[in-house]
Design a protein around this ligand. Structure first.
Ligand SMILES: [Zn+2]
Length: 188
C-alpha cells in the first residue's frame, strides 16, 4: 500500500476518544446526566475518563494488542480504507521484520495505556458506555431515580459499591462489575 504510514505511537493521537457525556446516545446521555447530578448533589466526586470511542480507535487498539502481545501476524491484519496503517515493518533490504513490527505495536499499546485485549466493538464505540471514577467521604446522600433519599454508609466508597450500583441501575446506568470504571446502558 503506497500511502500507508507505518504503525507506531504517532497513530495514537488520531481518532481521539471522548470523555464528554454529549457524545453518548441522547437517551443514555440523559440517564447519565441525571445519575451524575444525583451523585454530585449527594457529595460524590466523579471523574469521567471515557465515553465514546471511535471505531477507528478501537480498531487500532485491538490490532496493536494482537500484534504486540497475542502473536498475531502483522502481515495478516484486515485493512480498512479509512485507516492507512502498515503493521508490517521491513528492514533495509525490504525483508519483513517481525521483531520491529511487534515493538512498534507494543509502543502503541503503551501510549494508549491498554492493559487488557481491547474489543473491536464495545458499548464505547456504540456511544452507550461511560468510564468514570466515583468517590466520596463519609455517607453519600444519594437520591434514587424516583427522588427518594437513599444514603449509602457502607463501603467501598467507590463505583464498586453494591448499593450505588443498584441505585445507578434505577437511573438506567448499569455497572459491569468486573471492569471497575465501566458503566453502560445494559451493563455490558
Ligand atoms: Zn468502559
Amino acid at each position: 500500500m503506497e500511502d500507508c504510514m507505518l504503525s507506531g505511537p504517532e497513530w495514537c493521537g488520531r481518532f481521539p476518544g471522548s470523555a464528554s457525556v454529549d457524545d453518548l446516545l441522547p437517551d443514555f446521555a440523559g440517564r447519565v446526566r441525571a445519575f451524575l447530578a444525583a451523585l454530585k448533589a449527594g457529595g460524590a466526586r466523579v471523574r469521567i475518563a471515557a465515553t465514546f470511542r471511535p471505531p477507528e480507535r478501537a480498531f487500532l487498539m485491538h490490532w496493536a494488542w494482537q500484534v504486540a502481545h497475542a502473536g498475531h501476524d502483522p502481515a495478516a491484519i484486515p485493512r480498512r480504507k479509512t485507516i492507512p496503517i502498515a503493521w508490517l515493518h521491513r528492514d533495509a533490504k525490504g525483508r519483513a521484520d517481525i521483531a520491529v513490527s511487534r515493538a512498534a505495536a507494543a509502543a502503541m499499546v503503551r501510549r494508549y495505556g491498554i492493559r487488557f485485549a481491547p474489543a473491536l466493538t464495545s458499548r464505547h464505540t456504540q456511544r452507550r458506555a461511560v468510564d468514570m471514577a466515583v468517590g466520596w467521604t463519609g455517607t453519600l446522600a444519594l437520591r434514587d431515580a424516583a427522588g427518594q433519599l437513599r444514603p449509602i454508609a457502607t463501603g467501598p466508597r467507590t463505583g464498586s459499591n453494591r448499593a450505588l450500583i443498584e441505585i445507578g441501575a434505577g437511573y438506567g446506568v448499569r455497572k459491569l462489575v468486573r471492569d471497575p470504571p465501566h458503566w453502560s446502558d445494559d451493563g455490558h
